[in-house]
Design a binder for this molecule. Structure first.
Ligand code: HEC
Length: 118
């Protein structure tokens, strides 16, 4: 009985320590997060999501504000330029050859966790 109490205390400590501010998004959120707009959701699902919801890809993950904030700070023009022309592991057009500039901006806002104002 005492062992269980000790174990619970240790577990409690572990969870308390885990409460870091730079919390990466949960895997479940990564797998299910989708833009509200159906057309945008389809583009996201068939292109951006392949890397931006895959921690192994090195891409800033969807809803990971800590990863996106310094990128957002570069400004929309730079982000758009890197989306269209590519940037290191980021392929040109993010593999969405038919995407418009407006769609890229909306996709970036979505991934960075900023809800788009219609
Ligand atoms: C094949 C994998 C892959 C796909 C598909 C992909 N990306 Fe990326 N993306 C990356 C990687 C890797 C990076 C990080 C590049 C770096 O910082 O070195 C990145 C970075 C970015 C950045 C940040 C660029 C910067 O200046 O910091 C933006 C914006 C972006 N992606 C948008 C998109 C959009 C929009 C889509 C879908 C249309 C998309 N990506 C699809 C891999 C991908």
């Amino acid at each position: 009985m005492r062992r269980i109490a000790l174990l619970l205390a240790v577990l409690g400590l572990l969870t308390a320590c885990d409460d870091t501010p730079k919390h990466p998004p949960e895997r479940a959120t990564l797998a299910t997060a989708m833009p509200a707009d159906p057309a945008l959701a389809q583009v996201y699902d068939t292109s951006c999501k392949l890397c931006h919801a895959n921690p192994a890809s090195g891409a800033p993950l969807t809803a990971d504000k800590a990863a996106w904030n310094p990128r957002i700070a570069q400004g929309t023009d730079t982000l758009l330029d890197h989306s269209i022309n590519g940037y290191n592991g980021m392929p040109p057009m993010g593999l969405c050859m038919q995407c418009s500039e407006a769609q890229f901006v909306a996709l970036i806002s979505f991934m960075a966790g900023v809800e788009r104002q219609q």
